[in-house]
Design a protein around this ligand. Structure first.
Ligand code: G3P
Ligand code: CA
Length: 297
């Protein structure tokens, strides 16, 4: 990870840390060699919804994620030409809609004309459902309005360099729906990004937000104590490709008192291995499969 300017201090409130600790969402202490932690609630993050079953980042996909008892709805964000945050993984609409071109060149009205479901029926005829035909790309606000403030959201700022102001707009939406705090079980949102700059911006806008630093590794992952220390100043955890890590890496992160949520884990064997290594949750396109593993089925 590139070194960026140091932020002033690790300012996450004691109340937030205490609340997360009580749920096992955060390891109990970074000072112990092996942090003790209530692992009864390992986080099952429905990656782009239950996107192994339904078109990613659509209401039906998120709905299935909830029905399959995902703990968090994962939402990737892009921003329209007129400044609305929408749920989409790619900067371009080409892969997941019937349109072409970049999201940044579309107004919200134009985005809403696109069909975000038929591509899935064509690509996965065995999973096709006529209900997916013609479904719209949801805005972040529509997702929150649909699933409410009782649901939990794991939101990623995608391509923040392309969308100046996306962090401020995200915070405006989170504030509007009172999603910036924590409830008695855990945080209502995690904010994740591969961009350290974007996370630092979020941290400066609201130091109480639980942030997850995504890290892209080309080689097998290693992490230094210095990097872990720097991460701990603004983030509560890290996410990275499950295929790049090993048990040593997981334990290093846990010993630093950070959460570790690898992506994207779709088969039972890999889920079991990661749980044995001590991850605190994971992203999956199949929250139903992860729940089977978590419940020993
Ligand atoms: O956010 C975790 C994981 O989703 C990162 O990869 O490309 O699926 O957003 P991506
Ligand atoms: Ca993502």
């Amino acid at each position: 990870m590139k070194r960026k300017k140091k932020i002033a201090a690790f300012t996450m409130s004691i109340a937030l840390v205490g609340s997360l600790l009580s749920t096992g969402a955060v390891p109990a202490s970074g000072n112990e060699k092996t942090p003790s932690m209530n692992t009864s609630k390992l986080l099952n993050v429905a990656h782009r919804g239950a996107s192994g079953h339904a078109p990613e980042h659509t209401i039906p996909s998120y709905q299935l994620g909830e029905e399959m008892k995902g703990d968090y709805i994962e939402v990737d964000l892009q921003m329209t030409k007129d400044g609305t945050l929408i749920a989409m993984h790619d900067e371009s609409v080409d892969r997941t809609t019937n349109g072409t071109g970049l999201v940044k060149d579309y107004t919200l009205e134009q985005i809403k004309e696109l069909d975000a479901g038929s591509w899935f029926n064509e690509k996965y005829p065995e999973k096709a459902d006529s209900a997916y035909e013609g479904i719209q790309v949801p805005t972040l606000e529509e997702v929150i309005q649909t699933f409410g403030t009782g649901a939990r959201y794991y939101i990623e700022t995608k391509s923040p360099d392309v969308y100046p102001g996306m962090e401020e707009e995200l915070l405006r939406v989170l504030n509007k729906y009172h999603l910036t705090g924590v409830n008695e079980r855990s945080s209502k949102v995690f904010i994740q990004s591969f961009s350290q700059e974007s996370l630092l911006k979020m941290h400066n806008l609201n130091p109480n937000l639980p942030l997850i630093q995504l890290i892209s590794y080309k080689e097998p992952a290693t992490i230094s104590e210095e990097e872990l220390q720097e991460l701990s100043e603004y983030a509560v955890g890290v996410g990275m490709s499950a295929s790049k890590i090993d048990e040593t890496y997981v334990q290093q992160v846990r010993n630093a008192g950070l959460l570790i949520h690898p992506y994207t884990v779709n088969d039972k064997e890999q889920m079991t291995r990661l749980l044995d290594w001590g991850v605190t949750g994971m992203f999956t396109n199949y929250p139903d499969v992860l729940n089977d593993v978590l419940h020993g089925k």
